[in-house]
Design a protein around this ligand. Structure first.
Ligand code: S3P
Length: 731
């Protein structure tokens, strides 16, 4: 990328940049610059190979350099820029690593009269308590954030170059203005450092300090770790960003005052609420790091094997969503067991916490919801981010249309591309006010129309449980009787669960009917295993000779069992054992043994009853003798991915004769080969191609599999324990 990289200040950060740049072969030669008093450190840096050479003369250091990185403490930036000014080259890019950025721009202005267009201020959010080149490591910036704070006249070419440089060092690069950067960092880095230093300062001055330190344990060590950082560096950072830090210190003192008063007044309830809120906020922060910094996952599957044993797959996703929604609207405390601890259901859970509902857990699938009643939700402080979850967004849009506050619903890239008009159109007929993008997609801006919704009699153009549920939830807040007619039966968990919560819902043939007359009474919910997750194993065991698998406690609601019917039509050997009813939902153990499959024409009536299982059913069809034909399933094109196209592309790569049609697929099965396919970030595609490995004659690699966490985080461990040779790699 560069001929000569010059690092000004070869300490922990500068040294780590040099090390990583060398490892990634980003520069032909790497030199350092320092002052007289840094000679020893520079000699060490050269000796251990971090830099090729060093200079104490800036002219020589930067001569012919095409990338100059200023990695000295923040307070020295003006001196360094002054040193560089006479040798400033238009052919080079300049960047720095300062933890505060406003002062860097001020310094550049002071030295040059304007900010040079090829100077790109940056801040890697990475570090360690140690300093000096000996502490430098190769991967200090890997999977860390880096913020670039360009000025108005920044040269876009230089910006791109610096961005690429940091990306190559492994960082995830964001761009924002310097002031915003300083505000954010004051809250998340500078204030915590001040707190750690202040606490240790206070305790260190106490007479009994040796006892305090003697008995201090992990918590103290964790909390005060950052007080081991370089005091000179932190003094300079605090001074440079004091305008942002001082208001935060005041705010924190207010918070401490409040806690002090709670203690003085023995207000344990308020204290608990404060601690609980903080605890959840931290969890949110951890989840966010995990998602934003989450590594991409690749599944590698060795061909062959069989599935053998017994297992209980995780809880039903549809029911988990609904348990949180209805439990939150109920009067009293609802206990949920078997809750699906996966990203989609957790997105719903978080949304209700954001609307003021106290929810404990999940711990081992147990969640306790302190219901706030039908009219007890509160306005969330921020937009509600629903990740990948279409069910959360569509059902919530109905529920939120009739509230007394406004909301904004957002989602990830896939969810933001999915059609929302199917819910916003009928909702607007009820008097709801919801803005979408021009394409009819999220973000959804919902204006709460409390008391102003009116019931409709709506015949759905598509058989969708999400649309039906959305309108039933809106109907709970509308004047009159809302009637939703479905063109074909769709999953009825909403109706069943509402009835479980004692909320009146009627059914007349294909019409579900609800009104605002009613309230929900808390109940206990036992969520059975998700038949959609069990489906991967039903297919896996059916296609792999020697398989014999017992799937325990699976929900077999007749609106969900299309996969069993279709597989049986194909010749699968599936027994439904120990049928029982748990909390208004039928449940059974499913015993599946290998059996040769044959191709079939899939009856269209079964499509809505197996809507989420087609990716894996396509794999079954690819292993079956003869032709399988699916039609009437155009809905598959607007799921988490276009499941018709993505599965057809992948199957073709694996050598299968799979022809997509506008509303389905024609597959001539019999043989599956190996190859590299991609899931396009769709959990069910990733798991389906994994199962194909059981019958493939060569290894299969499935790219982009991290999204399996949206519905089935345990998948990769579970399949391995049951006999599929799957290895997950992350990068
Ligand atoms: C769901 C309904 C189905 C299904 C989705 C979950 C639900 O969507 O595909 O995974 O929980 O109501 P549609 O209503 O769009 O068919």
């Amino acid at each position: 990328m560069f001929k000569k990289l010059c690092i000004i200040g070869v300490g922990l950060i500068g040294g780590s940049i040099a090390r990583a740049a060398r490892l990634q072969k980003l520069a032909e030669i790497i030199v350092g610059f320092g002052r007289e008093q840094d000679v020893q450190n520079l000699q060490t840096a050269r000796q251990i190979g971090v830099i090729d050479d060093f200079y104490l003369d800036i002219a020589l250091a930067v001569q012919d350099a095409d990338c100059i990185v200023i990695a000295t403490p923040v307070a020295s930036i003006e001196i360094i820029l002054t040193l560089l000014k006479p040798f400033w080259s238009a052919n080079a890019v300049y960047t720095d690593v300062g933890s505060t950025k406003g002062n860097v721009l001020v310094a550049a202005h002071a030295v040059f009269g304007k900010i040079p267009a090829n100077f790109i201020p940056a801040h890697p959010i990475a570090g360690a308590e140690q300093s000096g080149v000996l502490a430098a490591i190769d991967d200090l910036f890997v999977k860390k954030r880096l913020i670039i704070t360009p000025a108005e006249n920044t040269d876009t070419h230089a910006l791109r170059k610096v961005q690429q440089f940091w990306q190559q060092l492994g960082s995830s690069v964001s761009v924002m203005d310097a002031q915003h950067h300083d505000q954010v960092l004051a809250a998340t880095s500078h204030l915590p450092h001040i707190l750690a230093f202040a606490l240790v300062d206070m305790l260190g001055h106490k007479d009994e300090q040796s006892d305090i330190f003697k008995y201090a344990a992990g918590g103290f060590k964790d909390f005060t770790r950052i007080a081991s950082s370089d005091p000179a560096m932190w003094q300079a950072i605090c001074a440079a960003n004091k305008n942002e830090i001082i208001p935060l210190i005041k705010q924190l003192m207010g918070e401490l005052d409040k806690i002090q008063q709670m203690l003085e007044n023995d207000d344990s309830q308020q204290l608990f609420a404060t601690l609980t809120y903080a605890n959840h906020a931290r969890q949110r922060f951890l989840n966010q790091i995990e998602t934003t910094m989450s590594k991409s996952q690749t599944f590698q599957i060795q061909p062959g094997g069989k599935l053998y044993g017994e297992t209980r797959v995780p809880g039903d996703k549809s029911m988990s969503h609904r348990s949180i929604m209805l439990g939150s609207l109920a009067e009293g405390v609802t206990h949920v067991t078997g809750f699906l601890e996966a990203e989609d259901a957790l997105a719903t859970l978080q949304a209700f916490r954001d609307m003021g509902v106290e929810i404990e857990g999940p711990v081992d699938g147990c969640v306790t919801i302190h219901g706030v009643g039908k009219h007890g939700l509160k306005a969330p402080k921020n937009e509600l981010y629903l990740g990948n979850s279409g069910t959360s967004m569509r059902l919530l849009s109905g529920l939120l249309a009739g509230q007394s506050f406004n909301t904004v619903l957002t989602g990830d890239k896939s969810l933001s591309a999915r059609p929302m008009k199917r819910v916003t159109d009928p909702l607007s007929e009820m008097g709801a006010e919801i803005k979408t993008t021009e394409q009819g997609t999220a973000p959804l801006h919902i204006t709460g129309k409390s008391g102003q919704l009116t019931a409709i009699d709506y015949t759905m153009p598509i058989a969708s449980a999400q649309v039906k549920s959305c309108l039933l939830l809106a109907g709970m807040y509308a004047q009159g009787e809302t009637r939703v007619t479905e063109p074909a039966p769709t999953r009825d968990h909403t109706e069943r669960m509402l009835a479980g919560f004692s909320y009146p819902v009627k059914r007349e043939g294909s019409i579900a009917i609800i009104s605002a007359d009613g309230s929900l009474t808390a109940m206990d919910i036992d969520v059975p295993s998700d038949i959609s997750s069990a489906a991967f194993f039903l297919v896996g065991a059916s296609i792999a000779p020697g398989s014999d698998l017992l799937l325990k406690h699976v929900g077999i609601n007749p609106t969900r069992t299309g996969v069993i019917d279709i597989l049986r039509l194909m010749g699968a050997n599936i027994e439904v054992l120990n049928e029982r009813e748990v909390g208004g939902e039928p449940v059974a153990d499913l015993h599946v043994v290998y059996s040769p499959l044959k191709g079939v024409d899939i009856p269209e009536a079964l499509v809505p009853l197996a809507i989420d299982e087609f990716p894996v059913l396509f794999v079954a069809a690819a292993c079956a003798q003869g032709r399988t034909r699916l039609s009437g399933a155009e809905e598959l094109r607007v799921k988490e991915s276009d499941r018709i196209q993505v599965m057809a592309d992948g199957l073709q790569i694996l050598g299968v004769d799979a022809q997509p049609t506008p509303d389905g697929m024609i597959i001539n099965g019999g043989k599956i080969g190996g190859g590299v396919v991609t899931s396009h970030g769709d959990h069910r595609i990733a798991m389906s191609f994994s199962m194909a490995g059981l019958r493939a004659d060569a290894p299969i690699t499935v790219l982009d599999c991290a999204n399996v966490n949206t519905s089935f985080p345990e998948f990769k461990d579970l399949v391995k324990s049951l006999g599929l040779a799957l290895v997950c790699t992350e990068e």
